[in-house]
Design a protein around this ligand. Structure first.
Ligand SMILES: [Mg+2]
Length: 315
């Protein structure tokens, strides 16, 4: 641990530093409250030992400020005081501290309290990490690590609404489907099928250079890419590049019914200027139709369409 030790008494500070360094921790010394606060913010220690009586502001005031400055980041604070009464302990906890140590600090008690704080601190870090992973899992497809359908739907709805509000920003969708994937799975097995999808996902991820672009797994072997503020021509270029790069992976597919015996994708691109008279699902349908056209045109190719009015989508 990196331990911030704030105490105005040089002797007391040195003794504490000696004990703590003996336990194998690093000490960041501070001679008063203001210095302690500055070091707390700059260096983010793992534990704070804070003398209560210091010139200028008291340890309680400093603890309160530390909690205010980092409300979501719990760093344990242990107060140090020569003469501890019950009310001092209560005030210290009120001020945001976690424990109290009587000076001169007994090394056995100091070690035990530091260990207890470290335990809680570790637990909190584990919980925070588990929470991050849960959020990630709820938005990502586990096989491809791309956004899942849920995250895609949320993102698309937001982008659509933002573009409608703006009034003249294009929104484009690129839909990809792996050609003869069922034959691939049937002959090479599902494990190989999964690896194939993962390899294709990497191509998608590598090619999306703007943070606002999103690649998602739309369904089994179908992927969708959302390209905000991108007109049709730009989206077709993206679709064409992806098609070529998947082909260039050179994943052998002897059972493809194309002459080219490698894994390929068909690509459908649709674009529109979102406005209130149109619906997002019409744009998705249009991308789906374009993909269908690409399949009919012989696969391993890109077809595209522009959505101007609801009439552009028949049926
Ligand atoms: Mg003091």
């Amino acid at each position: 641990m990196r331990v911030l030790v704030a105490d105005d008494s040089p002797t007391s500070r040195r003794v504490l530093q000696l004990h703590i360094e003996k336990m194998g921790h690093e000490v960041i010394p501070a001679t008063d409250g203001d210095e302690a606060l500055k070091l707390f913010l700059d260096q983010r220690p793992d534990l704070v030992l804070l003398d209560v009586v210091m010139p200028g502001r008291s340890g309680f005031d400093i603890a309160r400020e530390m909690r205010n400055e980092r409300p979501d980041d719990w760093i344990p604070i242990i107060f140090l005081s020569g003469n501890v009464k019950d009310q001092d302990v209560a005030d210290g906890i009120d001020a945001g501290g976690d424990d109290y140590l009587t000076k001169p600090a007994n090394p056995v008690v100091l070690r035990a309290k530091m260990l207890a704080m470290q335990r809680i601190s570790n637990m909190r870090h584990q919980l925070a990490e588990a929470n991050r992973q849960l959020v990630h899992q709820s938005n990502h497809d586990s096989l491809t690590q791309l956004a899942n359908r849920r995250a895609l739907d949320d993102y698309l709805a937001k982008q659509w609404a933002a573009a409608v509000r703006h009034g003249s920003r294009p929104l484009s969708l690129v839909m990809l489907d792996v050609d003869y994937f069922k034959d691939y799975n049937d002959h090479y097995g599902h494990q190989a099928g999964d690896e194939c999808l993962a390899a294709i996902s990497q191509v998608l991820r590598k090619n999306l250079l703007r943070v606002e672009d999103m690649a998602a797994r739309f369904g089994g072997e179908e992927f969708m890419i959302v390209l905000p503020e991108t007109p049709l021509e730009g989206a077709v270029k993206v679709g064409e590049r992806l098609r070529r790069e998947v082909r260039d992976l050179g994943i052998s597919h002897r059972y493809s019914r194309l002459d080219y015996k490698f894994v390929t994708v068909s690509v459908g691109v649709a674009s529109t200027i979102p406005r209130a008279s149109l619906k997002l699902k019409q744009l998705i349908k249009m991308a789906d139709h374009a993909l269908y056209d690409a399949k009919n045109a012989g696969r391993d190719c890109v077809c595209s369409a522009m959505l101007h009015t609801p009439d552009d989508i028949e049926g």
